[in-house]
Write a protein that binds this ligand. Structure first.
Ligand code: QAP
Ligand code: CO
Length: 214
């Protein structure tokens, strides 16, 4: 079942998730529904508070796919390749972390907005898997970023809270004033960005070309 994903500024996104005492059949069904919702919305991660469940549960699948939906493992780091996905994780805790990195993140609860966030480059996360068995995940790459992003949701924290004060306020005010762009507007914005990048690249190429001609 595809669930409704709550959007900022829904106050339910701000609640701290409760520790899960036992992985019951009801929770297993919830995790399945969250995976279904994440895939339906083309997400790579989803935390229970985003679907109105204030508990410490997250699901992730960062495996890259081609146009036909086939998984392509080439672009994964060695550590990422060693982790079984999709991931269902209860009560996750960071037990080790090192090095800093940054990545342009988005969120199904803040659709259409993307900003660069500072994170750890490597994390070791401990928790309970889909069956309630203890699991430790060691990862870098996109998976490490996604784990940190989803764990933030369990603390009531969003990626837009991790930006500079100016950037954070600008986005929050904009959403509260104008709401979210429609999926069509998001697609249009993406197409424009792509076009702009292409033009910039071509202009840069033309500039080096003429420099060589001199
Ligand atoms: C968190 O985010 C994440 O705005 C997961 O129009 C993101 O799945 C971790 C999405 C980036 C690491 C890097 C967002 C889909 C999905 C949108 C997501 C949208 C459609 C976001
Ligand atoms: Co999110």
């Amino acid at each position: 079942m595809v669930l409704e994903v709550l959007k900022f500024p829904d106050p339910r996104l701000r609640k701290k998730g409760a520790v899960v005492a036992k992985v019951t059949p009801e929770l297993k069904a919830m995790a399945e529904n969250m995976l279904e919702t994440m895939y339906a919305e083309h997400g790579i991660g989803l935390a229970a508070p985003q679907v109105g469940e204030s508990i410490r549960l997250l699901v992730i699948d960062t495996r890259p796919t081609d146009e036909d939906g086939n998984i392509v493992l080439d672009n994964l780091t060695e550590l990422e390749r060693a982790v079984k996905q999709p991931i269902v994780l209860y009560n996750p805790e960071i037990v080790a972390a090192k090095e800093k990195t940054s990545y342009e993140e988005g969120c199904l609860s803040v659709p259409g907005f993307y900003e660069t966030v500072d994170r750890f480059q490597y994390v070791e996360v401990k928790g309970l898997d889909a069956e309630g068995q203890e699991l430790t995940i060691k990862s870098d790459g996109l998976l490490a970023i996604c784990l940190q992003h989803e764990m933030d949701h369990l603390e009531g924290k969003l990626f837009i809270d991790r930006l500079s004060f100016v950037k954070s306020s600008r986005i929050k005010t904009r959403i509260q004033k104008h709401g979210y762009p429609t999926p069509e507007e998001v697609a249009e914005e993406r197409a424009e960005t792509r076009k702009r990048r292409k033009e910039q690249k071509e202009a840069a190429l033309a500039a080096t070309g003429s420099a060589r001609d001199e």
